[in-house]
Design a protein around this ligand. Structure first.
Ligand code: SOE
Length: 382
């Protein structure tokens, strides 16, 4: 018998803690699910911040030690929103305790750590999922449908970028809330694991596995004060990364990411060119999908901009009326809806830990290639 409610215990109350809490709260207002998420407990180290987070988002109780949260009998799902260096320890302990696990991206600090996570999660058979949320932008989900229907035909090119500009100031420290992304000890890598991982996850989903990569990275600001010690330390993350890739289906790709593209805040774009049609998508205009179909009558042929707000577009029948668009936060609601649909029936939901390990392997190959200056084959998990 499916349970009517599943109690969630979240670890972490930062930016992702807010997006997830918002999704847990909203999801059953819009989706009919076999199990309703209950915001049972939130966990974090700073008691005052944790209390403010619980009060604002409606978490029933608070814990300052994630081990205690995992020990609680009244918790069914552990949701991990902590910096990357703690994902493995928390996820493995949660799985061993029989809890379902939702984990923020990237799965792990590197491939080998991800392998251990996959080994345990598959051994314990707990439902699992990794929060690569951009798959669930309705326009991106729709792109997947068009590709699966064969509308693009043979795919020749995949092009993706994720551009930001928030770390240009040399005064920005590394470490601490939000800024842990600049600290390799907490993040594992820079833009490769943080931003390109999103592009890679979407790409693997839309266009299949990647066989080999050739990359370059740069760290523009070589030293920054570390928040924890107050001393100036070497910066070990990649500030920018660009790589070429060969997909196993024969298509060629370029990927680029940086936090130094002045003027760009979160410009995630992708374009796919096939023999019959092309598609393009842009996070700043996320409710539109650009589509070019060579089968259109010649004189009328051109890029069309499809407003992905109709009831027959993915997820959209759950929201308002045709023509009214949704945004970033809704991708998390969709992810919660899909997870609870699967989890209530004991199933994992894509991207699973194993799917996310495949992304991790691409990231590892990219970073290796940038170091050794050679094309690098990608190890496969799927
Ligand atoms: C970094 O600035 C960041 O917040 C990433 O960590 C998220 O995954 C991405 O969606 C937006 O940018």
């Amino acid at each position: 018998m499916a349970k009517k409610t599943l109690n969630v215990g979240i670890v972490g109350y930062g930016f992702m803690g807010r997006t997830h809490a918002n999704a847990f709260r909203k999801v059953t207002n819009f989706f009919d699910l076999p199990a309703t998420p209950v915001l049972k407990a939130a966990c974090g180290r700073d008691e005052a911040k944790l209390k403010a987070y619980c009060d604002r988002w409606g978490w029933e109780s608070a814990e300052t030690d994630w081990r205690k949260l995992i020990d609680r009998k009244d918790i069914d799902v552990i949701d991990i929103c902590t910096p990357n260096d703690s994902h493995a320890e928390i996820a493995i302990a949660a799985a061993r305790a029989g809890k379902m696990v939702m984990c923020e991206k990237p799965l792990a600090m590197n491939g080998p750590q991800g392998e251990e996570m996959v080994r345990v999660i598959e051994e314990t058979k707990v439902p699992n999922m990794v929060w690569y949320n951009y798959r669930r932008v309705p326009a991106v989900t729709f792109a997947k449908q068009l590709i699966d229907e064969g509308r693009l035909g043979r795919i020749f090119h995949y092009r993706a970028k994720f551009l930001q500009d928030w770390t240009i100031s040399a005064d920005l420290p590394q470490g601490g809330a939000g800024l842990w992304r600049l600290d390799a000890g907490a993040a594992g890598s820079g833009v490769t694991g943080d931003l390109l991982a999103h592009c890679i996850d979407t790409a693997l989903w839309l266009n299949g596995t990647i066989g080999s990569v050739s990359a370059m990275t740069e760290t523009f600001i070589k030293q920054r004060t570390h928040t924890a010690t107050g001393t100036v330390q070497e910066v070990k993350i990649d500030d920018a990364c660009a790589f070429l890739a060969r997909f196993d289906n024969g298509s060629l790709a370029t990927f680029e990411s940086t936090r130094y593209a002045r003027g760009h805040k979160a410009l995630y774009t992708l374009e796919i060119n096939g023999e019959n049609a092309s598609i393009a998508w842009d996070l700043h205009d996320l409710h539109r999908l650009q589509f070019f179909d060579y089968k259109d009558q010649g004189s009328l042929r051109g890029w069309r901009s499809i407003h992905i707000t109709d009831g027959d577009h993915p997820y959209m029948s759950k929201w308002w009326v045709p023509g009214l668009q949704i945004g970033y936060e809704h991708t998390f609601v969709h992810q919660v809806a899909d997870f609870f649909e699967g989890a209530a029936n004991g199933k994992s939901v894509a991207p699973t830990f194993r799917d996310a390990l495949e992304t991790q392997y691409v990231c590892d190959a990219v970073l290796d290639s940038a170091k050794n200056g050679r094309w690098q084959d990608v190890k496969h998990a799927i």
